[in-house]
Ligand binder design. Structure first.
Ligand code: UT7
Length: 350
C-alpha cells in the first residue's frame, strides 16, 4: 500500500515538475495601411536610401482607427488566428498576458480589453510594459505559471500602435522612420515534451531615459502640471538616443544568447532558427555574424513592418512558423533588447 501511494505521489510530482510550456499556435495581424520610405520622405527630411541603408526597413504599417478600431480589436484578429492554428478555443485559455507600451488606455492595460473582445470568462489578465523585451518577459512569466502547474494554456500577446507615439516631424526623424504597428499572439500549453528550455531576463535601469516616453507619467514638476503646460505634448513622443541604444544592443543581444546556450550545454551551431527582435537589420546582421549563422537560420521581416517593439518577435515567429521555416524538434532562439534598458532571450525546442 505504502509503495502504491509512493508511486502515485511520485507520478504526480513528475507531472507537476517535469512540465514544459510549448508554443502550440501563433497568429499575427498588421494594419492595412502601408507606409513606404518614399511616403515618409514626403513629410520628413529623409530618404528611402538613408532608411534602407541605416535600418533595412522598406515599409511599415500604420494603424487607422477607422479601419482597425483599436489595439485590442487588432489583437483579437491575431488571437483568433493563433487559437485556430493551436486547435483551441478561447474557453481553453486560463490566463492572458499582454505586452505593450502603446496600449489603448493609460490604464487599464490591453489584456482586459482583449479578454472582453474575445468574450472570455473571468480569467486573470496581466500587462507587461517592458517595451522591445516585453514578449520575452511575457513568455518567461507564462512559462513559470505553466511549470508550476498553475495554468495549462496561456495566451501571450505582443502588440503595439507605435505610430501614435512617434514624432513625425524633422526633429524626430531618426526615431520616426524605424517604428511600425502590429500584433503577434502565441498560445502556450503545458506539455510533457520539451518546449521552452530556458528564459533569461536582464535590465539596467540607469539607462531608462535613453529610450523613453515621459508622459503621461507622474514625473512632471508642479510648473509642468499647469494647464497651459499640459498642452506641451513633446513628452508624449518617443525619445531615443539611437547611437547609444545601438551600441548596448549589439553587446547585450550576443551576451544573452550565449547565456542561454551555455545554460543548456548547446552552442550557436545548434540553433536552427534565430529570431531577434526586429530593431534594425544592421543589429540582426551583426548578431548573425558574431554567432556564425547562415542566412537560412535567421528570420528577419523588419523590411516589411519596421520595428514593432513588443510585437516584432511574435509577428516574426508567426510568419516563420506559418511559412514552414520552423519544424518539430528545431532549436529556436529568441532574443530582444530595448527600453529600460531591458533585454532577454528564450531557447525553445520546437
Ligand atoms: O527596438 C528597441 C531598441 N532600438 C534600437 O535598437 C535602435 C538602435 N538605433 C538605431 O537603430 C540607429 O541609431 C538609428 C536607425 C535610430 C539611427 O541610425 P544612426 O546610424 O545611429 O544615425 P544617427 O542618428 O547617428 O545619424 C547619422 C546622420 C546624422 O547626420 P550628420 O550629423 O551625420 O550630418 C543625422 O542627422 O543621419 C542623419 N539622420 C537622418 N538622415 C536622413 C538621422 N535620421 C535621419 C533620417 N533621414 N531619418
Amino acid at each position: 500500500m505504502k509503495t502504491l501511494i509512493f508511486i502515485i505521489q511520485s507520478d504526480a510530482l513528475k507531472k507537476n515538475f517535469m512540465q514544459y510550456s510549448k508554443i502550440i499556435g501563433l497568429g499575427h495581424a498588421v494594419p492595412q495601411t502601408i507606409v513606404t520610405n518614399d511616403d515618409l520622405s514626403k513629410i520628413l527630411d529623409t530618404s528611402d536610401e538613408w532608411i534602407t541603408e541605416r535600418t533595412g526597413i522598406k515599409e511599415r504599417r500604420f494603424f487607422d482607427p477607422e479601419i482597425e478600431g483599436s489595439l485590442a480589436k487588432m489583437a483579437k484578429k491575431a488571437a483568433d488566428m493563433a487559437l485556430e492554428r493551436a486547435g483551441k478555443t478561447k474557453d481553453d485559455i486560463d490566463f492572458v498576458i499582454f505586452a505593450s507600451i502603446t496600449p489603448d488606455y493609460f490604464f487599464p492595460g490591453s489584456s482586459v480589453l482583449l479578454q472582453r473582445e474575445l468574450e472570455m470568462d473571468t480569467i486573470g489578465c496581466l500587462d507587461i510594459r517592458n517595451a522591445c523585451s516585453g514578449f520575452i518577459y511575457s513568455l518567461s512569466v507564462a512559462d513559470q505559471f505553466i511549470k508550476t502547474g498553475m495554468y495549462k494554456n496561456i495566451m501571450v500577446v505582443g502588440g503595439e500602435i507605435q505610430s501614435t507615439a512617434i514624432d513625425l516631424t524633422d526633429r524626430g526623424r531618426s526615431t520616426a522612420v524605424i517604428f511600425g504597428d502590429g500584433v503577434g499572439v502565441a498560445i502556450l500549453s503545458a506539455s510533457e515534451e520539451q518546449g521552452i528550455l530556458s528564459t533569461h531576463l536582464h535590465a539596467e535601469g540607469k539607462y531608462a531615459e535613453e529610450l523613453y516616453v515621459k508622459d503621461p507619467g507622474s514625473s512632471r514638476t508642479k510648473e509642468e502640471r499647469q494647464p497651459e503646460q499640459i498642452l506641451d505634448t513633446s513628452g508624449f513622443k518617443v525619445y531615443m538616443n539611437g547611437n547609444m541604444v545601438f551600441k548596448h544592443a549589439v553587446v547585450r543581444f550576443q551576451e544573452v544568447i550565449e547565456e542561454a546556450l551555455n545554460q543548456n550545454n548547446l552552442s550557436a551551431s545548434d540553433i536552427d532558427m534565430l529570431i531577434p527582435h526586429q530593431a534594425n537589420l544592421r543589429i540582426s546582421k551583426f548578431i548573425q555574424s558574431k554567432l556564425g549563422l547562415p542566412d537560412e537560420n535567421v528570420f528577419n521581416n523588419i523590411q516589411k513592418y519596421g520595428n514593432t517593439t513588443a510585437a516584432s518577435i511574435p509577428i516574426a515567429l508567426s510568419e516563420a512558423w506559418g511559412e514552414g521555416k520552423i519544424k518539430e524538434g528545431d532549436l529556436v532562439c529568441l532574443a530582444a533588447f530595448g527600453s529600460g534598458f531591458t533585454w532577454g532571450s528564450a531557447l525553445i525546442r520546437w
